[in-house]
Design a binder for this molecule. Structure first.
Ligand code: TLP
Length: 345
């Protein structure tokens, strides 16, 4: 067993490396609320360019990015069309109803992926008694869908629907660089097919804090005001943006390693008695396991696993999630799989 605790709870577990800290230390800073932080501005220019968008905004978290996007496009009482396992519905403390007063219209989805036809069926007719459909929402990769990549052809269809009906399309791309690495589709291609998107620096890219929203100048103008309302109007954020610039330079190219490690974890755990894989494939860096057949709860299994030096996250009574990232090596992933087998023995 390695001496280091093997944290597979999330790719948010990554800590800045000495080289990233060095970049943070050297960062030139200014007041970002006044648009005067040179390092933040450099990050935003870079991000907008990567996704082919006019403008971008640096925000503290993926949750805030999502909430700003929802607020920017909706009025209270509006409806957002999304799959029922999307992050803002499941895991953001009810924020869409608190902050924007919206409701969701859910589309049937397979691992977060849905078709134009399914989305179309969820749109409200104009002028009826129902709410107004204000926004189309997709998540790529899909967290609760086991890191599933939203196929570009599917997104293309959604884009056509969005343009025909004049309903904006937003992509929660918290892990869009994982999607790009797994599919070979460059970020710009995803960016070209939505009005706006967000991505997280603090997940697989290894930053301590930060997400970026990107879209049109008008959208980002609104987003700036909403960020201020939400208390996210920060000042010398260049220290954090420097980590982001470093990550875009050094940590994107290695994501395939995380995917190979997740695949390895899936392979090693598939033979463990009492373990069932929730999804048949591991497209990126997320693996969901169900331990119901072991007769133990996920909490119980995880407690036993932690005594053996590793942790997954508990998702449901018997479901657990493992996420690989740059702070866990292949060897550690293999050790974690062995520890899980012991915990279940
Ligand atoms: N997801 C976290 C937890 O909330 C579960 C994780 O460990 O995976 N969109 C997606 C698709 C996400 O997975 C997350 C974080 C967010 C948005 C929110 O990002 P943060 O945690 O920075 O607010």
């Amino acid at each position: 067993m390695s001496a280091r605790f093997i944290d597979l709870r999330s790719d948010t577990a990554t800590c800045p490396t000495p080289a990233m800290r060095e970049a943070m230390l050297r960062a030139e800073v200014g007041d970002d609320l006044l648009g005067e932080d040179p390092t933040v501005n450099a990050l935003l220019e870079r991000a907008a360019d990567i996704f082919g968008k006019e403008a971008a905004l640096f925000v503290p978290s993926g949750t805030q990015a999502n909430q700003i996007a929802i607020k920017a496009y909706t009025q209270p009482g509006d409806e957002v069309v999304a799959d029922a396992k999307c992050h803002p519905f499941r895991s953001e403390a009810g924020a869409p109803s608190v902050i924007s007063g919206i409701q969701f219209a859910f589309v049937p989805a397979d691992r977060g992926v849905f078709s134009r036809r399914e989305a179309e069926a969820a749109l409200r007719p104009a002028g009826g008694l129902g709410p107004r459909t204000a926004l189309l929402w997709m998540e790529n990769t899909h967290n609760a869908g086991g890191g599933q990549v939203f196929p570009l052809e599917r997104m293309e269809e959604l884009r056509a629907l969005s343009l025909e009906r004049g309903i904006p399309l937003h992509m929660d791309g918290a892990r869009i660089f994982n999607a790009a690495a797994a599919s070979g589709v460059p970020p710009r291609e995803w960016g070209a097919r939505c009005d706006s998107l967000s991505f997280c620096l603090s997940k697989g890219l290894g930053c301590p804090v930060g997400s970026v929203l990107a879209g049109s100048r008008v959208f980002i103008g609104k987003a700036q005001r909403i960020r201020k309302i939400l208390g996210g109007g920060w000042r010398q954020a260049g220290i954090l943006a420097a980590a982001g610039l470093y990550a875009l330079e050094h940590n994107v190219g290695r994501l395939a390693e995380d995917h190979a490690n997740a695949e390895r974890f899936a392979e090693l755990t598939s033979g463990i008695p009492g373990v069932r894989h929730v999804f048949p494939t591991t497209p990126t860096n997320i693996v969901f396991l169900d331990v119901a057949e072991s007769g133990r709860t996920a909490e119980d299994v995880n407690a036993r696993l932690m005594e053996r030096g590793a942790a997954l996250s508990v998702f449901g009574r018997t479901t657990m999630r493992a996420v690989t990232h740059l702070d866990v090596s292949r060897k550690e992933v293999e050790e974690a799989a062995r520890a899980l087998a012991e915990a279940l023995a």
